[in-house]
Design a protein around this ligand. Sequence first.
Ligand SMILES: Cc1cc2nc3c(=O)[nH]c(=O)nc-3n(C[C@H](O)[C@H](O)[C@H](O)COP(=O)(O)O)c2cc1C
Length: 175
Amino acid sequence: MLPEVLIAYTTRGGSTAEIAEALGVGLRDRGVMVSVQPMQCVESLQNWTAIILGAPLYIGRFPRDLHRFLAHHREELAGLRSWFFAIGPTENRPKDFDAARQQALRQLASYPWFHPAELRILGGRFDLQHLPFPYSLLRHLPSSAIRKFPSGDIRDWAAIRAWGRDIAGQVKPAA
Ligand SMILES: Cc1cc2nc3c(=O)[nH]c(=O)nc-3n(C[C@H](O)[C@H](O)[C@H](O)COP(=O)(O)O)c2cc1C
């Protein structure tokens, strides 16, 4: 069987990687072949029927790896069915999801040729123990505001897998 769907993600603290894997499980549940890879390891998009990209928001922005990926694969992406998920809110408040969507849309506005079938905002994880550099340094400063943020992990695994199954149905309607 040929590879079908590529899930390419970037992560700084690891939570987006786990979401990408769970999404892959949902697609495989429906018989779709999936490869889940960090986007900086992806060289070509030639062999894929569809792609799902995922990235976390940090201070309103996506990591540089995503911007590099979009710029580098512009031509291949333009001809590929795509979906996009942005990770952000770590509390279940609609206003946080709305704000994250606005941030994601602003970031993606630089790539007007990129038309994912869906942009989905998914809840993430905030945990002082998993902060990426340089934020990890801040947790050692007693006066740092970051120490006051509530820890939370609102990743909804059942919903993520269900979305994977839903995408599988669109990629492979008979699946
Ligand atoms: C320093 C910092 C800044 C963040 N800024 C935002 C933000 O602007 N918008 C948002 O929706 N989420 C924000 N988040 C939440 C992250 O997107 C969330 O923790 C996500 O799960 C991180 O993904 P990763 O573990 O794959 O790096 C921020 C988190 C941290 C630690």
